[in-house]
Write a protein that binds this ligand. Structure first.
Ligand SMILES: [Zn+2]
Length: 112
């Protein structure tokens, strides 16, 4: 089996180093020795339970170093991957606030 990333929709695996873009694959914590951390990582990866669960963790499950705070793998302060659903990160695209100002509702209120 090939070492591959289990995080979100990421499809990086060691067969395609170009997809890793300089990142490295960090192995999952082992459920036998570090169950708490393993469960946190599974949660952060955000995949459906039948795709990713404790029984599926083996020595071929990994997460790219880019999915961690700072993009360089686990650190003392941030030992776990960022949530794949983006719940703790800042949005990549700012909300289109300007469009809201010119909505029909706003302009009709201005006319009155
Ligand atoms: Zn990845």
């Amino acid at each position: 089996m090939v070492l591959r990333c289990a995080w979100g929709t990421c499809s990086a695996d060691e067969r395609y180093p170009q997809r890793l873009n300089g990142a490295r694959l960090v192995l999952f914590p082992k459920p036998k020795t570090n169950l708490d951390k393993c469960l946190r990582w599974i949660k952060a990866c955000g995949r459906p339970h039948d795709q990713l669960n404790v029984d599926r963790i083996n020595k071929h499950k990994a997460v790219c170093s880019t999915h961690f705070e700072g993009g360089k793998g686990p650190s003392t302060l941030f030992p776990d991957p960022l949530p794949a659903d983006g719940s703790r990160t800042t949005p990549a695209r700012p909300l289109p606030k300007r469009r809201l100002q010119y909505s029909d509702k706003d302009s009709s209120e201005l006319d009155v």
